[in-house]
Ligand binder design. Sequence first.
Ligand code: IMP
Ligand code: MG
Length: 185
Amino acid sequence: MKTLLTETDLKKGISKMAAQIEEAYAGRQLTIVGILTGSIVLMADLIRLIELPTRVGVIEASSYRGATTERGELTINSELLIDIEGRDVLLVDDIFDTGHTITRVIQKLEELGPTSVKSAVLLHKRERQEVEYTPDYAAFHIPNEFVVGYGLDYEDMYRNLPFLAVLEDSDLKKHADLVGQKSQA
Ligand code: IMP
Ligand code: MG
């Protein structure tokens, strides 16, 4: 795997984004909503960096069913979400790729009567954008490559890598061997 962003790079970019958010919402209370599952690592870091009275919630969106390029149908599940009516919401996701996930989740949130909804992502692949919307905060802009680590997965693996890496062809072969392994009872 080729490292695109090291732990140090990530820390710097996320701290900078947290400071921007803190400044924008100064004196207000914030409701931070993470999109499961890709946002979990960023959420854990971001919520500890933002020194504001903060409520934390999650919403589930799934589409990428394992494939690296083709997109499955998007399903949004708001059953786990906390009450956002009359709240300033900051939606957090790992990556803004085509933009369909974030814009669809925002539509869903808007139905629940928040005062405002803004978005923050770790990564923005600008070349792939297919919607008018642009995230309010993005820690990094990256080229059009499939990346894993720091919450981002390939077939549900690699989310735990503390750095961001590009998945190369040679990794896919190793991956195929790995995913076949299930623990023996
Ligand atoms: P979008 O709807 O096209 O913006 O896609 C957003 C979702 O696709 C993210 O939340 C990720 O789960 C997934 N995704 C897009 N690009 C990548 C990538 O390079 N690596 C891993 N997941 C990705
Ligand atoms: Mg994913």
